[in-house]
Ligand binder design. Sequence first.
Ligand SMILES: Nc1nc2c(ncn2[C@@H]2O[C@H](COP(=O)(O)OP(=O)(O)OP(=O)(O)O)[C@@H](O)[C@H]2O)c(=O)[nH]1
Ligand SMILES: [Mg+2]
Length: 423
Amino acid sequence: MEQLIQKAILVGVNLNHQDDFDYSMEELANLAEACDIEVVGVLTQNLVKVNTSHYIGTGKISEVMALLEANDGNLVIFNDELSPSQIRNLESDLQCKVIDRTVLILDIFDQRAKTREAQLQVEVALLKYMLPRLIGLRESLGRQSGGVGTKNRGAGETRLELDRRRIEEKITALSKELEQVVAHRQTQRKQRKKNDVPVVSLVGYTNAGKSTIMNAMMEMFNPSQEKLVLEKDMLFATLETSVRNISLQDHKSFLLTDTVGFVSKLPHHLIKAFRSTLEEVAEADLLIHVVDFSNPEYERHIEITNQTLKEIGITDIPTLYAYNKSDLTDHVIPEVQGDIVYMAAKPRIGMNELVEQIRSRIFKDYIRCQMIIPYDQGSLVSYFNQHANILETSYEAEGTKLDLECRLSDYGKYEEYVIDLAK
Ligand SMILES: Nc1nc2c(ncn2[C@@H]2O[C@H](COP(=O)(O)OP(=O)(O)OP(=O)(O)O)[C@@H](O)[C@H]2O)c(=O)[nH]1
Ligand SMILES: [Mg+2]
């Protein structure tokens, strides 16, 4: 473990006046903070085209150097992914460690990953990020030793070739292990699917309040049964998908999943690595897109989240928007406007409204009917008591008479006992 306090200069290039540039620099500072790095200076440059050798213009290099010296900095963080040769050139000119946004995000994920699956996913992403950088290094060594082509391998080159092979083998081994973990989870998921319970997934930008909503729901509908999930004021508090059963008062139930949040410029390898985690989301019947409505940039967050969802192939799942943290705004809460619920999960305002909106969207396949269940089928009555909304129970000569709302599939199964459809 490195004990040295990291003091960083952030460097950003604003290519052709991107309107989200300032915001992405602010976010870079938050990412650094999440890695326990102190930001001691920021430098930006407007460019029409990046400088292939150093990313920033060579004139700017001395400015970075001056900032490093003046602030005792020992690290430079670039807002965009750098090529292997750019990192090399910058490090040799600046005489200090240079990293990019991608490494920062990978590092946060690496620190936070707790389950084996998340750890494997992050490790694969890290190795995949390293691989081309290693090859870049090999190319430069090859050039130095004057070797061209593959016949004339220098000693250094061979070693790197070995390193490269080792990394590739490791990626293969880890990917295999990951596949097994994923297969296991898929079996569990299939099992759940068979039970015919709707799945609702919380999605959204990191720190929007997804885990807080999950916990609030559990408090309301699943008090003692299962563990709460971690909610914390930091980026990427949640990395693994948790699934909890939410059973409403009328015994209609659904599964609620909480998962990793998104951020702009999420490294491609990472999105790919987390695809299996996000498969849960892909199979949801309803998405709750959680938005930090108190964040001035909330519209941008919505856009980035939708874009990321699209990248993992999620486009046509009905979506409800939870405009969370509205307690920090002037907006009246709770309020429902179409697909938007203005609410605040932390002080528990608008939770009932949110649940009502979920309910009206996912329990469409319920049917109201009356049944008479013979007295020798007592277990069926208790089944319905647990899995249906019983509106009235009375005892007739032929059996127990239930006026109930039950799942269509149960209705089909026990149609022989139905005496009347909805009144
Ligand atoms: N004021 C206020 N704070 C909230 C509200 N909901 C959540 N928070 C706080 O916001 C922070 C982030 O909440 P989380 O639930 O961890 O957010 P998340 O979306 O799960 O974040 P990641 O797991 O990092 O993607 C925590 O400090 C919460 O206490 C709210 O309605 N109002
Ligand atoms: Mg969370």
